[in-house]
Design a protein around this ligand. Structure first.
Ligand code: DQA
Length: 149
C-alpha cells in the first residue's frame, strides 16, 4: 500500500479562525478528516502532521525516508518564501511532493510570489481554498499510479 505524508506548516493549526476571509472557515482537523476519507477510498495510507517550527518540519522530512513514505503533500506556509533548510531537506530525501497553498499566493503580496519549493515539486496547487488539499491528494494518487501501474 502506498504511503502519503501530509505536512502542514506554521500557523495552519489555526485554520478556521485565522484570517477566514483568506483561508476559509474549515479547521485543520476537518481537512485531515476529509483527506483520510479520500485515502481510505483510494486504498493508500495517509499520515497527517502539522508543525510550527522549521526544525520539527525538517525532522518530519528526514523521518519520511526512514518510514518509507512514497509521496509528500506539503503546505510549507510561510516557510515557502524563506526556507532553504526545508528545500534542501526535500532535495536530499528525493521523495516526490506536491506543494499546496490554500490561498492564491500569486494574487497577494509580492513576497509570496517566490517559493523555495516549486521548482523541486511535481507540481503546485494554489488558490482553491481548502479544496487545494483534495486536488493535491488526487495529484499524489495519480503520480503514484504512474510509478506503480
Ligand atoms: C499559505 C500561503 C503562505 O503565503 C502563508 O504564509 C501561509 C499559508 C496558503 O496555504 O495559502 O501561511 O501557504
Amino acid at each position: 500500500m502506498s504511503k502519503i505524508l501530509l505536512i502542514h506548516g506554521p500557523n495552519l493549526n489555526l485554520l478556521g479562525t485565522r484570517e477566514p476571509d483568506v483561508y476559509g472557515g474549515e479547521s485543520l482537523a476537518d481537512v485531515n478528516r476529509r483527506l483520510e476519507g479520500l485515502a481510505q477510498d483510494a486504498n493508500v495510507s495517509l499520515v497527517c502532521h502539522q508543525e510550527n517550527s522549521e526544525l520539527a518540519l525538517l525532522q518530519l522530512i528526514h523521518g519520511a525516508l526512514e518510514t518509507g513514505v512514497d509521496f509528500i503533500i506539503f503546505n510549507p506556509a510561510a516557510y515557502t518564501h524563506t526556507s532553504v533548510v526545508l528545500r534542501d531537506a526535500l532535495a536530499a530525501v528525493q521523495i516526490p511532493f506536491v506543494e499546496v497553498h490554500i490561498s492564491n499566493v500569486h494574487s497577494r503580496e509580492d513576497f509570496r510570489r517566490h517559493s523555495y519549493f516549486s521548482d523541486l515539486s511535481v507540481g503546485t496547487i494554489s488558490g482553491f481554498g481548502t479544496l487545494s488539499y483534495d486536488l493535491a491528494f488526487r495529484a499524489a494518487v495519480s503520480h503514484l499510479e504512474k510509478l506503480n501501474p
